[in-house]
Design a protein around this ligand. Structure first.
Ligand SMILES: *Cc1c(COP(=O)(O)O)cnc(C)c1O
Length: 445
């Protein structure tokens, strides 16, 4: 593959954009390919190379790169009527009604412009509603580039995970291991009256895809209720992807007080949202005392794209298709891994998938999960499959990034750039694409 054009674009980018990219994860080694255009499930780079795309914009592109017709015409007409106004529009109401109709926890929703903005607003809302300051998060959970959640450490020893955040911010956040009942109990025993919310992804979707073990989300629901804290699900990545239109909360049957959204609900345009019970959501200004506002919030083009996106999913076999291909892919990779790298773990559910280069495992895989780790206690791999962020951190991250990702790319398969970020099957992917992908896995693993 020739990458001359991408390399020269990257050179130019490096002198005017820090690190040459506008989101850190895009800076793949030795340099990223620059995309010229999308085409169904493929992207074409500046040198004319074609890749089968499983990054899918890191989550938003449920349909791949071609907008379904109703989405395209809604976007075009809203853009040409004048992109935005600073006054409310009907399409915001339609979109809000749609989400409230389908997602169990949502009675009301406030739209913002990114997943980060959604979690920032949700944290402020939880603090305002409860009058408490502390937020419990999961180690290895991701809630965007925001001050309250960019922390590392453990209860009693928490620090900002990036430069630029005061220690005093991190003091209000308590990171606990996902799937660990004991630590969350201890944290609530010690600080229950000060905890505004537990903020978690229902599935760790930015850290290798870790599913909750049996009863864990239910336990979070119980313990928050018992202590008057809110349970906030960050469904920015799982929303309208896992569990279809009812989202992951519907799939797992656990209803949080507040839910954050992003990615898919904007139909490929910048978006975020906070939804939940009216009594809580009405704490937002102007109906309540928790300030929340945004010039671009509820942007008509985004709202039109997002609403038509979801409506199209409601009226077509979208989830059936992407989930079937997701399962086919996870099954196929599981077979390959069993032969060629039995210590690796295939993870994911619905249309999400990833291969984690875990080390070790049982000698006998009889009865193991066949289409992605489900955290089943009777699986022979149960003790070995990743349950929290430290298990993912212990896997062969360097090998994944430096060798595996590169070789897949050379074979025209575009995966997300590191072992942590999820990958996605879209409505544009076909059975033939999956077979081609499995061939590449077979050669590279
Ligand atoms: C992507 C993501 C975010 C951040 O959303 P942005 O739109 O990138 O700000 C927050 N939470 C989760 C779970 C995400 O996957």
């Amino acid at each position: 593959m020739n990458h001359d054009e991408s390399r020269s674009l990257y050179d130019r980018a490096l002198s005017v954009i820090p690190g040459g990219v506008n989101s850190s994860v895009r800076a793949t080694r030795p340099y990223p390919f620059f995309v010229e255009r999308g085409d169904g499930a493929h992207v074409v780079d500046a040198d004319g190379n074609r890749y089968l795309d499983y990054a899918m914009g890191y989550g938003p592109l449920l349909y791949g790169h071609d907008m379904p017709d109703p989405v395209r015409s809604a976007v075009q007409s809203h853009a040409s009527e004048g992109p935005m106004y600073g006054a409310p529009t009907e399409v915001e109401v339609e979109h809000a009604e749609f989400v409230a109709r389908h997602v169990p926890s949502v009675e009301m929703i406030r739209f913002v412009n990114s997943g980060t903005e959604a979690t920032v607003s949700a944290v402020r809302l939880a603090r305002g509603y409860t009058g408490r300051d502390k937020i419990v998060v999961m180690q290895g959970g991701y809630h965007g580039a925001q001050e309250s959640t960019l922390v590392e450490g453990e209860p009693g020893d928490v620090h900002p995970s990036t430069s630029g955040i005061p220690e005093s911010f991190a003091e209000q956040t308590i990171p606990v291991p996902f799937n660990d009942f004991e630590t969350i109990n201890q944290v609530f025993e010690a600080h229950g009256e000060d905890i505004a919310a537990v903020l978690t992804e229902p599935i760790l979707g930015n850290n290798g895809i870790v599913l909750p073990v049996d009863g864990y989300l239910e336990h979070l629901r119980d313990v928050t209720e018992e202590h008057g804290s809110l349970l906030v699900f960050d469904e920015v990545i799982t929303g309208f992807r896992v569990g279809g239109l009812q989202c992951a909360q519907g799939k797992f049957g656990v209803t949080p007080d507040v839910t954050t959204f992003g990615k898919i609900i904007g139909g490929g345009f910048p978006v975020g949202a906070v939804g939940g019970k009216s009594e809580i959501l009405e704490q937002f200004s102007p109906s309540g005392p928790v300030f929340q506002s945004g010039t671009f919030s509820g942007h008509p083009v985004t709202m039109a794209a997002g609403y038509e996106y979801l409506k199209f999913a409601a009226e077509n076999d979208v989830y059936e298709h992407v989930n079937r291909l997701g399962e086919k892919l996870r099954r196929g990779i599981t077979d390959i891994v069993e032969d060629q790298a039995p210590s690796y773990t295939v993870v994911g559910t619905d249309s999400m998938f990833k291969t984690i280069f875990t080390r070790g495992g049982p000698p006998d895989l009889d009865g193991a999960c066949e289409a992605g780790c489900e955290q089943r206690p009777d699986c022979p791999r149960y003790e070995h499959c990743p349950k929290d962020a430290s298990d993912i951190a212990d896997a062969e991250t360097e090998r994944w990034e430096r060798i595996f990702w590169q070789e897949m790319k050379e074979r025209g398969i575009f995966l997300t750039a590191n072992q942590f970020e999820s990958q996605f099957v879209s409505y544009a992917h076909t059975d033939e694409d999956i077979e081609e992908t499995l061939e590449a896995y077979k050669e590279v693993l």
